[in-house]
Design a protein around this ligand. Sequence first.
Ligand code: SF4
Length: 103
Amino acid sequence: MADTTLSRRNLLGLAAAAPVAMLLGAGAAAQGAAPCVNPDTLPASQKNRRRSLNFVAQSPDPKKSCGKCAFFTGAAGGCGKCQMLSGGIVSAASVCDSFAPKG
Ligand code: SF4
């Protein structure tokens, strides 16, 4: 009987904590999608290059992203540099038309 009560308490505790965990998870996902650089502060050459390559901050295709691209050199925090963008800072979650899978 005591085990049943504890189980119910544990379940109630989990049920109460689940929405909080979901909110924290959503916050982490949103942070992961955050750009590594403010696009508004980029020099015109970087803006034009990104525009010409159809660069997007968040890849719509999980199989294609900067983090999986041969031109990407990773750094801390999910950010890195892209050779096609002359070393411009990109997020591992971004992508552009010049994506080339790592060999
Ligand atoms: S070439 Fe495109 S997909 Fe590859 S790292 Fe650079 S911006 Fe990302």
